[in-house]
Design a binder for this molecule. Structure first.
Ligand code: 4AD
Length: 462
């Protein structure tokens, strides 16, 4: 039986068996308190051994050898707990150590470890309070994502991870090859990709969007939810080289529909976390980021502010804030600008639209001004950009022209252009960075602490 279910039971002196890992052991004069946690919920269960009662020799020995980190099975009776903060406890009668832990060498000692240190022992960090809570919130969020789309008539599409196209046109891609790199390094000739495994130059995908578009042009509403890879050397607290992205793609939808969907989606996920992760959130609020619960509650009812990129730039230019990067029309918004817009201008989430075409991807729909595209970024206080998306260019000639301007080979994208050739429709989609979402709801400062095994420049341990 899982501890989460045991803790919800009425204590009726019924016999219960608990399996889990020992968090703490306190040996008092007459009693031994052992806190056992199985990760099924935030709390562990207190197992109280009464030395006055005749415990078997085996249990006595196990108790004396027991240390934090050991895996155990214990049997006893569920009784009301006199201790504050817990309704029930186990009046334990029997204890078996399943796997001992050497107290000297066990890396998770009683003291609070720094997040930096725990990153070095990522294989054990899920056993800590913080990472157990992150893992549960992350898992529930993934379910909520799927439920949200299922309830709204979206179909999940598994888009490929190995690809020969650069969906974002940004070039930050990892190459996938089985060519002999050592031999290539010695040879003066350029690689012959036709002799490679896929008979062409291939990469790990940066986004499932282009393939999702092909399914939206058949099933109307689809989404992908999978890992994406970017070889950007950005060593920041909100970038990973491998991250999970949720990308809905909707046919017959224009930018305002997309903005409404993004707002509804985020609010749904925040509300779901408040409801289903109460205990874990209480921990984050107390120990990780004060006010994280209040913030989520406010966001569920807040109206997201809408502003065009051009207006956002003039707001930034009017400000007296000492920006490191001067805000000028045509430049990408920096984190400090995003912070200013959400925290000072809007005091809440902001959807910035209609960016200059030069700083956005080739597939975005061109506005009548010929200068800006129907793009949107959703920015949230504290974190900045959490969602990026756009209405797509559905006009064949305009898209071909834009690709030519960017020097792209339209032959490589003929399948993508077919969508515009045959039964084209206005369509739109966005990408939500899943780790940024988990970061935001938990208040964890570093994105590397919300994914089990972070991959970033110089980091691919385990
Ligand atoms: O704005 P991006 O690059 O958009 C796309 O990839 C589009 N194809 C999405 C679409 O329209 N279907 O990325 C979308 C989101 C960002 O807003 C951010 O939350 C996250 O993905 N993201 C990252 N998260 C972690 N590490 C990185 N290196 C990220 N790059 C983007």
């Amino acid at each position: 039986m899982l501890i989460k279910d045991i803790l919800k039971m009425e204590a009726d002196n019924q016999e219960i068996t608990v399996s889990g890992w020992v968090r703490t052991k306190r040996d008092m004069k007459n009693l031994v308190f052992v806190e056992v946690n199985d990760g099924s919920c935030f709390a562990g269960i207190q197992c109280t051994f009464d030395k006055g009662k005749a415990l078997s020799a085996e249990t006595g020995l196990a108790l004396s050898r027991l240390t934090a980190g050991a895996s155990v099975k214990t049997r006893g009776r569920l009784t009301p707990s006199p201790a504050s903060g817990q309704k029930v406890e186990l009046a334990a009668e029997e204890l078996f150590i399943i796997g001992e832990t050497d107290a000297e060498s066990y890396p998770l000692q009683k003291k609070r470890h720094s997040l930096d240190f725990l990153r070095e022992i990522a294989h054990l960090r899920a056993r800590t309070t913080t990472f157990g809570a992150v893992a549960r919130v992350r898992s529930r969020l993934a379910f909520a994502v799927n439920r949200f789309f299922e309830e709204r008539g979206f179909f999940l599409v598994h888009t490929p991870l190995i690809t020969s196209n650069d969906a974002e046109g940004a070039g930050a891609m990892f190459q996938v090859t089985t060519l002999d790199l050592a031999a290539l390094a010695k040879s003066a000739a350029p690689p012959d990709w036709s002799r490679d495994f896929f008979a062409k130059h291939c990469y790990l995908t940066v986004s499932g969007q282009l393939e999702a578009e092909t399914y939206a042009a058949a099933l109307s509403r689809v989404y992908t939810f999978g890992p994406t890879f970017r070889a950007e050397n950005s060593n920041t607290s909100r970038h990973l080289a491998e991250f999970w992205m949720i990308e809905p793609e909707i046919a017959f939808a224009e930018l305002p529909d997309l903005m409404a969907l993004a707002e509804e989606f985020l609010k749904y996920l925040f509300a779901d976390t408040l409801e289903k992760s109460e205990d874990d959130l209480a921990f984050f609020d107390q120990r990780i980021q004060k006010g994280v619960i209040e913030n989520l509650k406010n966001l569920v009812t807040a109206k997201f502010t809408h502003i065009t990129y051009t207006d956002a730039i003039s707001e930034l230019q009017k400000s007296k804030a000492p920006f490191e990067f001067k805000p000028v029309w045509g430049c990408d918004l920096q984190t400090e600008h995003e912070k200013y817009l959400t925290e000072k201008v809007a005091s809440g989430p902001v959807i910035v639209t209609d960016y200059p075409k030069e700083i956005k991807a080739f597939y975005m729909k061109l506005n009548g001004d010929n200068k800006t595209v129907r793009a949107m970024d959703v920015l949230v206080p504290r974190l900045g950009e959490i969602i990026g998306g756009s209405q797509r260019e559905e006009n064949l000639q305009k898209l071909e022209l834009r690709m030519a301007e960017l020097g792209m080979n339209t032959r490589d994208y003929s399948w993508y252009l077919d969508l515009r050739r045959y039964g084209t429709v206005p369509h739109s989609g966005f990408g939500l960075g899943f780790e940024r979402l988990v970061q935001y709801v938990t208040g964890m400062a570093n994105i590397r602490d919300v994914i089990p095994y972070p991959r970033a420049a110089g980091q691919a341990d385990f």
